[in-house]
Unconditional design. Structure first.
Length: 246
């Protein structure tokens, strides 16, 4: 069950975007509302939470996931920035700091069951990798974190979903549902477009499941092994700019 944990109000300012070389006015929210919702529990009992920030009348639901692999933590810093940045009036921003808090705490790719959550979703799922950091799990959607994210996305289907990973450095075009979105994100983040096909081993991924089962578009953004303050700020603004414009 989804439960509201807290609610706050903040005042947002107008922001502007540069899309395709043209200045585009991004609607400003006069009063951004913020609520934190618990959507599930990890293997070790840590809460899985979503932070929802929006103004009344927002029409574009944008979901941002800080990390799925616990040892890939640059995206968490983007989430921290998005918690306080002004949100365009037409954007309903949904922030999941980590869908793998146990792995994040342990600084491991996998969850506490040693499962790679990005191989555990029931879309082209294949049993593989037991004993490695890319273990698929014993069955599709075997993990509580996987099931919680699936239930949330089905209940509140995003228009745009952005998932952060490391260290491949680029915006993923592999089986993209919207190349327009991919190109916009690449332009605004100043990251290259790349196809992360995983040499045929990308079975059971979240973006694959999302794009096959939800009307919206999911895209992976990969930071490098590290991310500068400039890069983190650039990507943070890109989420708001592209989420509002597309």
């Amino acid at each position: 069950m989804l439960r509201v944990r807290s609610a706050t109000l903040t005042v947002a300012m107008a922001v502007a975007a540069l899309v395709g070389g043209m200045a585009v006015a991004v609607p400003a929210a006069a009063a951004t509302r913020t609520v934190t919702i618990r959507i599930g529990t990890s293997v070790q009992g840590r809460p899985l939470v979503v932070i929802h920030r929006w103004a009344p009348g927002a029409t574009k639901r944008v979901l941002v996931i800080g990390n799925m692999h616990g040892d890939e933590q640059a995206g968490l810093k983007v989430i921290e920035r998005l918690k306080t940045r002004p949100v365009p009036a037409n954007v309903g921003l949904w922030l999941i700091p980590s869908i793998n808090p146990d792995g994040t705490r342990a600084n491991t790719r996998t969850n506490a069951h040693h499962v790679d959550l990005n191989r555990n979703f029931p879309n082209s799922w294949v049993y593989s990798g037991r004993g490695t950091s890319k273990y698929s799990g014993p069955s599709a959607a075997s993990e509580p974190e996987t099931r919680a994210l699936m239930a949330f996305v089905k209940k509140y289907p995003p228009r745009t979903t952005i998932v952060f990973h490391q260290p491949l450095y680029g915006v993923d075009s592999y089986r993209a549902k919207s190349m327009t979105l991919v190109r916009a994100l690449a332009r605004e983040t100043a990251l290259p477009i790349k196809s992360f096909a995983c040499s045929g081993t990308c079975h059971g991924t979240f973006t694959g499941w999302h794009n096959a089962n939800v009307s919206g578009r999911a895209v992976t953004i990969e930071f490098g092994r590290t991310a500068s303050t400039w890069r983190l700020d650039k990507v943070t603004q890109a989420v708001l700019t592209v989420g509002s414009a597309y």
